[in-house]
Design a binder for this molecule. Structure first.
Ligand code: HEM
Length: 101
């Protein structure tokens, strides 16, 4: 787990949607997947990581293993503010790949 974490707003996370800084939100927690997004299986699904948004529904659709969930700790940088957590459901974004078929 990161040694220091903090609280972020959705607007702050949304700024991190560029190639050299990719953040995603899963279950109200913020993950910096900048380095991981390049190697995450399968690389062709990188679009899943290219948004500074809530990826909870996409992450859960895959049915990630316990090992994958343990790995998340390495990328955890903080939490979404309580006030913004309440709007997460409304903004939850699903990777296009999972919307097809
Ligand atoms: C920090 C967050 C994440 C971590 C640590 C992580 C880790 C992993 C790991 C270790 C696997 C291998 C299978 C397993 O152990 O379950 C995997 C598979 C996969 N992940 Fe993630 N993942 C993360 C986020 C995401 C997100 C946000 C998406 C989609 C939007 C995603 C989509 C997938 C897919 C589609 C597979 C299956 C690959 C295949 O079947 O070849 N993951 N992930």
């Amino acid at each position: 787990m990161a040694t220091q974490t903090r609280v972020y707003t959705l607007a702050e996370v949304a700024e991190h949607r560029v190639a050299n800084s990719w953040w995603i939100i899963i279950h109200g927690k913020v993950y910096d997947v900048t380095t991981f997004a390049d190697v995450h299986p399968p690389p062709a699904r990188r679009e899943c990581f290219e948004r500074g948004k809530d990826a909870t529904s996409s992450f859960e659709s895959v049915g990630h293993s316990g090992a994958a969930k343990a790995m998340m700790e390495d990328f955890y940088i903080g939490d979404i503010s309580d006030s913004d957590k309440s709007v997460l459901d409304a903004t939850s974004w699903r990777c296009r790949w999972f919307s097809e078929g």
